[in-house]
Design a protein around this ligand. Structure first.
Ligand SMILES: Nc1ncnc2c1ncn2[C@@H]1O[C@H](COP(=O)(O)OP(=O)(O)OP(=O)(O)O)[C@@H](O)[C@H]1O
Length: 485
């Protein structure tokens, strides 16, 4: 089969010779076991003798270890070495699962099934397994015919949708940096490719839509779906200590298809944007990418338009930790964000308005206030930054300051102006920045949805992809804070 000549194939399946080699290792089901190891998790060993409750196990290098019987876990026969589906294992214990995943990862086989689940290990390098030619290999194939791959799972969902006339959903989960977003993007790109091939000529076994319309080169819905990524990432992703491009929100993307399998429309729901990041960053982290992108000079006049004339490190809200990400060029990234906004057909005004709001927050973070002597009332300590923020928001500076210093609140049936001390003003400014950012993000998602909401093609069913972080033990407090923010 000519699949084997594809540069990606070696990262998908072992050759027959390699498999034979793997499977020819000596094995004795009564003797070969896995034993716990502090560094490796589990290591292979061979039981030499058993006395009472204890096994004497010989490990690599000939060392003998005395291990409690109940801590020894059964080893699978070599025919299961680097198995593609772990639900086939005779012994489905922790050590066998870890060994199988590790052995496959050692050969850069990053996808492994465990029954219905597809386990992915982040390769941290670009493998040629997401190319058009690889996508074409998986189109219209049964899962069992092909090696484990996200495309196979996606294709199965696609076929089930068309054949059973049912909506489908995929859950992509894992801890931060595991690769959720990368894989979600590949799923979307795959559906876009399948949807497009459907329009062009179809996938074996699925009826094709008849169309007499002449083909023209234009921005397709598939392109637009893919292009929502740079925009959502610019505004919703940031560098964290675990991941240089960490999504700080969860999302559920629904791709609607016509009954012929053509992409009909798409919509996105978002959850739990981490608002606190807009005003505070932990060591080693950054605020949302867009703040640094607008400062990158990709648009040479932009900084002047946004009145950003201080060094980046002087914008307190976004400069509490890192300003740059190794290997990432904010200027180039801004180019991609800007291009994507245009592909999504945002108007120039909409784009610049988003930049203005982002810049306004940078100015807001520099507004200074002082306490009036012997009064529980704060007052501005210079209004230059407030002027800049207000001009970006398009509001009057005095009115904006009044809202921070003496906000109008309702007491019973009456409206009164409440005095604010310096701390209260400080919190109000932060809360305003977080609230505005969150609303802007909501607007951006809504705007993407409007663009992706195609009226022309009737929708039949959808495939939903949920990209959301699992619970990270270390981050429970942060997650609670995000949820309650
Ligand atoms: N399949 C892959 N191929 C190559 N690199 C990958 C792959 N998956 C992930 N990576 C790398 O790992 C990084 C982190 O992946 P990703 O952003 O998808 O993680 P995540 O699970 O969405 O994390 P977070 O929850 O923090 O957003 C990516 O920026 C990319 O460099």
């Amino acid at each position: 089969m000519d699949y084997e000549n594809d540069p990606g194939w070696q990262y998908l399946r072992r050759t027959r010779e390699q498999m034979l080699q793997d499977q020819s290792k000596p094995y004795d089901s009564k003797k070969n076991v896995w034993i716990p190891d502090e560094e490796e998790g589990y290591i292979a060993g061979e039981i030499k003798k058993t006395e009472g409750n204890m096994n004497t196990v010989v490990v690599a290098g000939g060392t003998e270890k005395s291990v409690k019987k109940e801590l020894c876990q059964e080893m699978n026969p070599p025919k299961f070495e680097k198995t593609e589906d772990m639900s086939n294992l005779t012994f489905l214990n922790d050590s066998s699962v870890l060994h199988n995943l590790r052995a496959r990862y050692g050969c850069m086989l990053i996808y492994t099934y465990s029954g219905l689940f597809c386990v992915v290990i982040n390769p941290y390098k670009r493998l040629p397994i997401y190319t058009d030619s690889v996508a074409r290999m998986f189109m219209g194939k049964r899962r069992t015919e092909m090696p484990p791959h996200l495309f196979a799972v996606s294709d199965e969902a696609f076929r089930n949708m068309l054949q059973n006339h049912e909506n489908q959903s995929m859950l992509i989960t894992g801890e931060s940096g595991a690769g959720k977003t990368e894989n979600t993007k590949k799923v979307i790109a795959y559906f876009a490719a399948v949807g497009a091939s459907q329009a062009e000529g179809g996938i074996p076994g699925v009826p094709t839509e008849k169309s007499d319309k002449p083909k023209e080169k234009k921005v397709t819905l598939e392109d637009q779906i893919v292009q929502t990524n740079p925009v959502l990432e610019a505004f919703g992703n940031a560098k964290t200590v675990r991941n240089n491009n960490s999504s700080r929100f969860g999302k559920f993307i629904r791709i609607h298809f016509s009954k012929y399998g053509k992409v009909a429309s798409c919509d996105i729901e978002h959850y739990l944007l981490e608002k606190s990041r807009v005003i505070r960053q932990a060591p080693g982290e950054r605020c949302y990418h867009i703040f640094y992108q607008i400062y990158s000079d990709f648009i040479p006049t932009l900084k002047k338009t946004l009145r950003l004339d201080k060094p980046l490190k002087d914008y307190w809200f976004i400069a509490q930790a890192e300003l740059k990400i190794d290997g990432v060029d904010d200027k180039e990234e801004h180019g991609l964000t800007d291009e994507a906004m245009h592909i999504l057909k945002w108007t120039d005004k909409e784009i610049i308005d988003c930049y203005r709001i982002v810049a306004a927050m940078m100015h807001m973070g520099n507004m200074k206030f002082k306490q009036r002597p012997r009064e529980e009332q704060a007052e501005p300590d210079g209004t230059e930054d407030a002027d800049r923020a207000a001009s970006m928001y398009g509001v009057d500076t005095d009115e904006m300051l009044k809202a921070f210093l003496r906000p109008r609140v309702r007491v019973g049936n009456e409206w009164v102006n409440k005095g604010q001390n310096q701390d209260q003003v400080f919190w109000a400014v932060g809360a305003m920045a977080k609230g505005l950012y969150s609303r802007m993000f909501h607007w951006i998602v809504m705007k993407c949805n409007l663009t992706l909401d195609q009226k022309g093609i009737p929708r039949d069913h959808f495939i939903g992809v949920l990209d959301i972080a699992g619970f990270e033990i270390f981050d429970v407090i942060q997650q609670l804070r995000t949820a309650l923010d």
